[in-house]
Design a protein around this ligand. Structure first.
Ligand code: ATP
Ligand code: MG
Length: 366
């Protein structure tokens, strides 16, 4: 899987860009704030993932009303022209070979990417939401049904919270509560089922990568932590559904009092341990980076096992922070797929890596 060409109009700080990429290694270098991350973000966007922008309007150039992205992608032995039109105050339009797509999930079904950036240290360090986000991003790209269930679950969750919040003033709202609990348990059980399956595969791939990374000196372990209600996340959607539903029924009064949904996949976590100690509390800077990178590279391998092709790997500002041995390890690990690597102006990586080298300056690329 690869992206051969990218055109941008009014995307972030690019007024216009036409770039042709190398099938293997693309190095993007330049000073700070010139557009390196923006370029990676555009590639990620065409794979249905937005890692930085909460709203599409943030991607549109300041003072302009619309932005266009176009990518020539080769996947599953076929060529695709993927397009995104973003408009301020109107819905975006996505197309594949001229045919309109319903949502970003359909882009992910065609083209996949895995991004690793400095913010990913939060994946290890921060609260559970960061790790749930990682799981969601990965599984959404692999399973369209998960993306649907996730959107549905988020919608139900927000609605149920509104009911719980407003019921004090308007008690009749509580009439709908049981129905919401039932639907949330159904969508939630599916999410937990998929997450359990994905984490099982991560548990196979990530520790091996981390072990190689640390020269066999450290052991990474991962564990899926669901709310105590769900006794076995691998038990299958039906069993999980019953347990989630039962918990909501038993805690109806508590949910109304606290105005919160007390059980479900929005409470999940992925526990990451290094040598049996919680990485979140004890890992050093280097260990944190290594663990986060191991998770991302493991995800890349799972994608490859699933689709038969490596997703495009986007490494933003991370390689230069590793020592030469670890750099070499990463470079050996990632052979076989297309990679985009950003680094700073005075870095020696461009000479080291080869491939195609792009110099970015103020939204233009040479
Ligand atoms: P660094 O090395 O610091 O990470 P970078 O080259 O990765 O820098 P980018 O994150 O790509 O920098 O951002 C480049 C510039 O784009 C920034 O100055 C940013 O303010 C600008 N920018 C971001 N969003 C928009 C937008 N919607 N319209 C115009 N410019 C934008
Ligand atoms: Mg950047």
């Amino acid at each position: 899987m690869r992206i051969d060409g990218l055109s941008l109009d009014f995307f972030r700080n690019y007024v216009h860009l036409d770039a042709a990429f190398d099938p293997n290694i693309n190095v993007i270098y330049g000073d700070n704030a010139q557009g390196k991350t923006n370029l990676l973000e555009a590639v990620a966007y065409l794979s249905g993932v937005s890692h930085r922008a909460r709203y599409d309007r943030e991607l549109i150039q300041f003072g302009v009303d619309h932005a266009f992205l176009k990518g020539h992608v080769f996947a599953r032995e076929r060529d695709f022209l993927l397009e995104a039109e973003l408009h301020r105050g109107a819905r975006r339009v996505l197309r594949s070979n001229g045919v309109k797509l319903k949502n970003g999930g359909e882009l992910s079904g065609i083209f996949q990417s895995v991004l690793f950036c400095p913010e990913d240290l939060y994946l290890i360090r921060e609260g559970a939401a960061a790790r749930r986000g990682f799981l969601d991003d990965c599984i959404c790209q692999l399973r369209p049904r998960y993306a649907q269930a996730l959107a549905e679950y988020k919608r139900l969750h927000e609605h149920k919270i509104r009911i719980l919040r407003d019921s004090e003033e308007k008690p009749s709202l509580l009439d709908a509560l049981d129905e919401f609990s039932m639907s949330m348990a159904k969508a939630g059980a599916l999410l937990i089922h998929y997450r359990a399956h994905f984490i099982k595969r991560l548990c196979q791939a990530a520790p091996a990568i981390h072990g190689d990374f640390s020269g066999g000196r450290e052991r990474l372990t991962l564990r899926y932590e669901t709310v105590s209600t769900v006794t076995d996340p691998e038990a299958g959607p039906q069993v999980i559904f019953q347990q989630l539903l039962q918990h909501q029924e038993e805690h109806r009064a508590a949910e109304i009092a606290s105005r919160q949904c007390l059980s479900g996949p929005h409470k999940d976590d992925l526990l990451v341990e290094i040598d049996e100690k919680a990485a979140k509390s004890y890992a050093s800077q280097g260990q944190t980076r290594t663990a986060a990178l191991s998770l991302k590279l493991a995800a890349r391998e799972i994608f490859q096992q699933d689709t038969g092709e490596y997703p495009v790997l986007l490494l933003d500002d991370v390689l230069s922070e590793l020592d030469p041995r670890r750099q070499e390890f990463v470079l050996n690990r990632i052979r076989g797929g297309q990679v985009f690597i950003t680094c700073c102006e005075d870095d020696r990586l461009p000479q080291l890596l080869g491939g195609r080298i792009f110099h970015v300056k103020n939204g233009t690329v040479r």
